[in-house]
Design a protein around this ligand. Structure first.
Ligand code: GLN
Length: 476
């Protein structure tokens, strides 16, 4: 694997602000790294013209003695479901071919104001439905550690791009694990913040009560700096919450006396031996460092996957109804009338997975089945939230594996959708509860494939979670 290594984000930005490195050179470098790594298929569109313009602007500010911001000249890649000026936003789906966003996501605007430069759009499972990027209409992304394996999904392009060192950080979205699982599969750090901490405005919706935006980076400190720029209320997203009064760029937490719970249901028989071994080793390291590790049972986590695959498709079916062939992207011109146009555009434009979710979603919401499925799932969701709440009254953090296995082979889980859904079993509970959760690299299995550790903490304790992640990063 070719691997370019970037300095820490604050160092890159400091060099740009000092004038010792030019933003334009960093942008050009990232663009040529992307080109040289095309076999991995991490990127589906580069935003060269716009990126060079923005870099020029950063360099101009430096020359004029103005402050270009804390991320001055730092190149990054955004998942394709972010609306970014300078190119199409397709969310990995051909139904959005030709859709050029008329406005930009708040997250992109905030990064731009901080001096960061979006150089490309990352490949992803279409509409973020998936755990491998195999549902992308633009081909699968290859895992940087083994090209015959998936990078995880749906933010697989973002995670693989960071692992390859094409850019120092990338943006992903996490509705049921899509930042944490690819981060674990690619050996990088990924954070799904508290629901509402980062604005969803201008991000193509999947499941609106679950969707979170977050950074994927090579270090916790880099990710924290991105959160520092992105976090906080946005009038364009009514679900956003206040940011922490303190900076997210924090110090490693002292492990001594910290109460850490291992979720009993997360280390069950379904977890592969190599994952279990790396996990147990980290638990031993945490204990050696003075942490007070205990077992915590969250019985409803057993129901979480079933609950997620009712609530998520229900929201997906509603969110995807806007792709009518008239307002956005692809339109089938051969249609005879309005109904025919809907049928043809949606029939030809959506892939199998989107159609499956539309069917499941409309079914569980339909009269007669609503009480049996959707309402029941919402009850389970509340139970799960309560279990997390009471656990966090007694302990500081919960830990578990991110996924039951390391990166699997391309094609291994595409025959049976249920096999793919099962890959999400350990990540969806945090989305249903809205709590912050992260994946920190803790090592490799015997084949050299990366393994991540999942950390979870109470709502709005993102800053603490980053502190713990830093300590764990320091253990290895
Ligand atoms: N793999 C999960 C799904 O397919 C999660 C996707 C996501 O977080 N965007 O729903």
């Amino acid at each position: 694997m070719i691997r370019h290594s970037w300095q820490a984000l604050d160092k890159i930005a400091a060099s740009v602000r000092r004038g010792s490195v030019r933003a334009i050179d960093l942008t050009t470098e990232a663009l040529s790294l992307i080109e040289a790594s095309s076999e991995y298929n991490t990127v589906i569109l580069t935003l060269k013209d716009r990126a060079l313009e923005l870099a020029e602007e950063v360099d101009r500010k430096v020359r004029r003695g103005q402050d270009p911001g804390p991320l001055a000249g730092v190149p990054y890649i955004a998942k394709d479901n972010f609306l970014v000026y300078g190119g199409e936003a397709r969310a990995g789906s051909k139904i959005l071919n030709g859709f050029v966003p008329p406005y930009q996501a708040t997250a992109i605007n905030r990064l731009e104001a901080a001096g960061a430069i979006c150089v490309a759009k990352a490949n992803m499972d279409a509409f973020a439905h998936g755990a491998s990027t195999e549902n992308s209409d633009f081909g699968v992304v290859k895992n940087p550690y083994d090209k015959t394996r998936v990078p995880g999904g749906s933010s697989g392009g973002s995670a693989a791009a960071v692992a390859l060192g094409l850019v120092p950080f990338a943006l992903g979205t996490d509705t049921g694990g899509s930042i944490r699982q690819p981060s674990s599969f690619c050996g990088v750090f990924g954070l799904k913040p508290t629901y509402g901490l980062i604005s969803r405005s201008g991000v193509i919706a999947m499941g609106s009560s679950l969707d979170c935006i977050g950074p994927i980076a090579n270090s916790v400190a880099d990710a924290a700096l991105v959160v520092e720029v992105l976090a906080g209320k946005d009038p364009l997203d009514a679900t956003t919450v206040d940011r922490s009064k303190e900076r997210y760029v924090t110090k490693p937490l002292s492990l001594s006396g910290l109460k850490i719970g291992v979720v009993k249901e997360y280390v069950s028989d379904g977890v592969a031996a190599d994952i279990k071994q790396a996990f147990d080793q980290t638990v031993a390291d945490l204990e050696k460092a003075g942490a007070d590790v205990c077992e915590v049972s969250l019985p409803s986590t057993k129901l979480a996957l079933a609950c997620y695959y009712i609530i998520c498709p229900a929201e997906v079916s509603s969110n995807l109804s806007r792709y009518d062939g008239i307002r956005y992207g692809y339109h089938d011109a051969s249609s005879k009338n309005l109904d025919d146009s809907y049928l043809k555009t949606r029939g030809r434009g959506f892939g199998k997975e989107a159609k499956r979710r539309i069917m499941i979603g409309t079914f569980v919401l339909s009269s007669g089945y609503y009480d049996a499925y959707y309402k029941k799932a919402m009850t389970v969701r509340t139970m799960l939230i309560k279990e997390f709440e009471s656990a966090f009254k007694k302990i500081d953090f919960l830990i578990g594996p991110v996924a039951p296995t390391v990166a699997f082979k391309i094609g291994e889980k595409t025959k049976n959708p249920l096999d793919m859904y099962l890959a999400d079993v350990l990540t969806v509970p945090a989305n249903l509860a809205g709590i912050p959760a992260a994946s920190v690299p803790i090592g490799f299995n015997e084949q050299g494939l990366p393994i991540g550790l999942q950390l979870m903490s109470a709502m709005h304790s993102d800053r603490n979670l980053l502190g713990l992640a830093m300590s764990i990063e320091g253990l290895s």
